[in-house]
Design a protein around this ligand. Structure first.
Ligand code: SF4
Ligand code: SF4
Length: 198
């Protein structure tokens, strides 16, 4: 059974760090973190995060419960797992962030309406195609800042896009999709049903 979440009026509550260690998946590995910053530095969405995983882990250690649970970092993480691959100490960064996000929702800190456009477009592409199409996601994201900013950001990234095509990391043409889109739709429908029930 999961231990009750500590409640405290103190700003820095070390029981929170202990609770995360014992109850969040991968939380027991957080003491392996040496604060090197490889996770935050290689996070593709790091610039959109308030603090990034490295700082979040330090805040957990410091017992800053409220600042951690009320933090956009938890909601901007796209679960791409790049940080997990790069972490030299084998800290399961993504799992810990997901666990903290679940706790944040349970404790009522989660934003009611998400203004995270990157996550929205990422999800739209994944749900419709079964894959993330970088071209659609990034273009939609850039233009969510307005027409002028969208053009500016697109032009600034044109060279990267060309290099990705040249290296075979991005294709030209229609988006790739998975074969069983109906199967995916059924899974998502079921997941929605379960979520609504709980
Ligand atoms: S990459 Fe790993 S060790 Fe480095 S700050 Fe991130 S979690 Fe800590
Ligand atoms: S899993 Fe989340 S925190 Fe880690 S690199 Fe990807 S977006 Fe960043």
């Amino acid at each position: 059974m999961t231990a009750p979440i500590p409640t405290s009026s103190r700003k820095y509550d070390l029981n929170f760090a202990r609770w995360v260690r014992d109850n969040v998946e991968g939380g027991n590995k957080m003491n392996m973190c040496m604060q090197c910053g490889a996770c935050s530095g290689s996070c593709p969405i790091g610039t959109e995060m308030k603090d990034g995983p490295r700082k979040i882990f330090m805040m957990v250690r410091a017992g800053m419960k409220e600042e951690v649970l009320d933090n956009s970092t938890l909601w901007n993480c796209t679960s791409c797992y790049r940080c997990v691959v790069r972490c030299p100490r084998g800290v399961p960064v993504t799992y810990i962030l997901q666990g903290l996000a679940a706790l944040s929702a349970k404790e009522g800190y989660a934003p009611k309406v998400s203004n995270n456009y990157f996550a929205k477009f990422f999800w739209m592409s994944t749900a419709k195609l079964g894959k993330t199409d970088e071209r659609l996601v990034t273009t939609a994201y850039f233009f969510s800042f307005g027409l002028v900013e969208g053009v500016k950001r697109s032009l600034a990234n044109l060279k990267i896009a060309f290099n990705m095509v040249k290296a075979g990391r991005m294709h030209i043409g229609l988006p790739h999709t998975i074969k069983d889109k109906k199967g995916l739709a059924a899974i998502l429908e079921k997941a929605k049903e379960i979520e609504e029930r709980s």
